[in-house]
Design a protein around this ligand. Structure first.
Ligand code: FMN
Length: 402
C-alpha cells in the first residue's frame, strides 16, 4: 500500500460534538505523519466547542468558518469538495449526516459535502440514542448505498453519562480508514472503463418496440464505483431512469445497433468493459418510419437476431478485460461458462433470477463470478452498489495475482 500522500489534498470538516477536541491531534497526524495537504472547515456549532486557532496552526492555513465572508473567496464551496481526494468529517454529528442524506447545503461544510459526494468519509460521534434512532440509521444506510464512507462509533461511556455506541473511533482506526480510502480512490486511476447498461429497444415502427425489464441499475452502480476508484468512465446506456455519476461520460442509445456503434467508437482504448446491458436478442426485420395503423400491422412479426456485442468487441479490442453478464435459470452455470468461452470474455457474472433479490429491476444483486482460468467467487446478496464494489475488488485482486 502507498505510504506517502504528499500529493493528496483533503478537506477536514469539523462539526459540533464534544469529540472535536480529539480532531486537533488527528489533524497533526494527517499533516505530519501522512503528509497530507489539509484544509479545515468548521460549522457554526463546531466553533462553540473550539476556536479555529488551533486548527489553523496545525493545518498551516486559514480555517473556513463562513459561507459568505466579507473578503472575496471565489468558489471555494465547490473547490474544497471537487478538487480534493477526500472529505473527512470528524467528528460527524447526526445533523451533518442527516443533511448529507437529504442534499441540504445550508452552510459551507454541507455544501462542500454535496459537491464531494461519495468522496466523503464520516467518523461518527454522538449520543447512543441519537445514533440508534432509526432516522439516523436510515440516513447512514442511504449514504452507504451511494458509496459514502463511515467509520462507525465505538461503544463505551459517553460524555452525556450514557453507555453504548457513540464514541468517536480511535485515532489509529480513523487514520487507517483515511489511508484505505485514499488508496482506493486511485485503484483505477489512468484506466478507461466502459460500462453498458439498461435494456435496448428494437423498434417495429416509430412507437412500438421489443424490449426487456432491465432497469440499468447494475451498470450505473458499476459506473459509480469505477468513478470513485479513479477510472475514466464511459457509460453507454439504453433507456433508464437512473442518474449517471457526475464524473462519467454518459452516452444514451436505444437499439442494439446504436449500442454496437457506441462501443466501436469508444471501446477501442478501453481497459475494462462491463457488459451489463440487457441487449435485446431479437429485432423486427423491418422498421416502419412512422406509426403503423391498426390495419397495417402484420399478423406475425418477422424477426432477426441482434449482433453479439461481446464477441464483436473482443475482435475490436483484444487486450481489454471483458466482464460479461449472464441471466440464466436452468443449467445456468454451465451455460454461462459456455457464453464466456465462446464470446472471448475474461469473466462472467451469472445471475439466477430464481434467486430472491437477484438480477432484473431490483435494488440488490447476488451471483457467481467466474474467470476464464476456472476460478470462481460467490458474490453474496447486497445492494447493487456494494455488489459492484465486491465485483471490482475480486477482479482486481485476481488480476494482480495472475
Ligand atoms: C454539549 C453538547 C455536545 C454535543 N455533542 C454532540 C455529539 O457528540 N454528536 C452530535 O451529533 N451532536 C452533538 N450535539 C448537538 C449538535 O451540536 C447539534 O445537533 C448541532 O446542531 C450540530 O450542528 P453541526 O452538525 O452543523 O455541527 C451536542 C450539543 C451540545 C450542546
Amino acid at each position: 500500500m502507498q505510504t506517502s500522500w504528499k500529493n493528496k489534498r483533503i478537506t477536514l470538516g469539523l462539526t459540533g460534538g464534544i469529540a472535536i477536541y480529539k480532531s486537533a491531534g488527528l489533524l497533526r497526524r494527517l499533516v505530519n505523519d501522512l503528509g497530507l495537504d489539509v484544509s479545515v472547515i468548521m460549522t457554526a456549532a463546531a466553533q462553540k466547542f473550539m476556536t479555529p486557532l488551533i486548527f489553523e496552526n496545525f493545518s498551516g492555513k486559514a480555517v473556513v468558518t463562513e459561507m459568505f465572508p466579507r473578503a472575496r473567496v471565489g468558489t471555494r464551496h465547490i473547490d474544497l469538495g471537487r478538487d480534493v481526494d477526500l472529505v473527512l468529517v470528524c467528528p460527524a454529528t447526526a445533523n451533518i449526516v442527516a443533511k448529507a442524506a437529504h442534499g441540504i447545503a445550508d452552510d459551507m461544510l454541507s455544501t462542500v459535502i454535496l459537491t464531494a459526494g461519495s468522496k466523503t468519509l464520516f467518523a461518527l460521534a454522538m449520543n447512543s440514542h441519537m445514533y440508534l434512532n432509526p432516522i439516523t440509521q436510515a440516513n447512514i444506510h442511504q449514504l452507504q448505498e451511494k458509496g459514502y464512507g463511515f467509520i462507525p462509533p465505538e461503544s463505551g461511556d459517553l460524555a452525556c453519562h450514557d453507555t453504548g455506541p457513540g464514541r468517536l473511533a480511535g485515532e489509529e482506526t480513523i487514520l487507517e480508514a483515511v489511508r484505505q480510502r485514499l488508496s482506493w480512490s486511485d485503484r483505477l486511476r489512468g484506466k478507461r472503463v466502459v460500462v453498458t447498461a439498461g435494456p435496448t429497444r428494437e423498434y417495429l415502427d416509430s412507437v412500438r418496440f421489443i424490449s426487456n425489464r432491465s432497469s440499468g441499475k447494475m451498470g450505473y452502480a458499476i459506473a459509480a464505483e469505477a468513478c470513485q476508484q479513479g477510472a475514466e468512465v464511459i457509460l453507454i446506456s439504453g433507456p433508464s431512469h437512473e442518474s449517471a455519476p457526475p464524473d462519467s461520460q454518459l452516452l444514451v442509445v436505444e437499439s442494439a445497433l446504436e449500442m454496437r456503434q457506441a462501443l466501436i467508437e469508444h471501446g477501442k482504448k478501453a481497459d475494462y468493459l462491463f457488459m451489463t446491458a440487457a441487449v435485446e436478442d431479437i429485432r423486427p426485420v423491418k422498421q416502419a418510419p412512422t406509426k403503423l395503423k391498426k390495419d397495417e400491422l402484420p399478423d406475425s412479426l418477422a424477426i432477426t437476431r441482434s449482433p453479439d456485442l461481446v464477441s464483436e468487441f473482443r475482435k475490436l479490442n483484444t487486450t481489454c478485460c471483458i466482464v460479461a453478464f449472464s441471466v440464466e435459470v436452468e443449467d445456468g452455470k454451465r451455460r454461462s461458462l459456455h457464453k464466456m468461452q465462446t464470446k472471448g470474455a475474461d469473466y462472467i457474472v451469472w445471475n439466477n433470477p430464481a434467486e430472491p433479490g437477484s438480477a432484473f429491476a431490483t435494488d440488490t444483486n447476488a451471483g457467481l463470478l467466474m474467470a476464464a482460468d476456472g476460478q470462481e467467487w460467490r458474490l453474496p446478496l447486497a445492494s447493487k452498489r456494494r455488489f459492484a464494489a465486491e465485483l471490482i475488488e475480486q477482479i482486481l485482486t485476481h488480476r494482480r495475482g495472475a
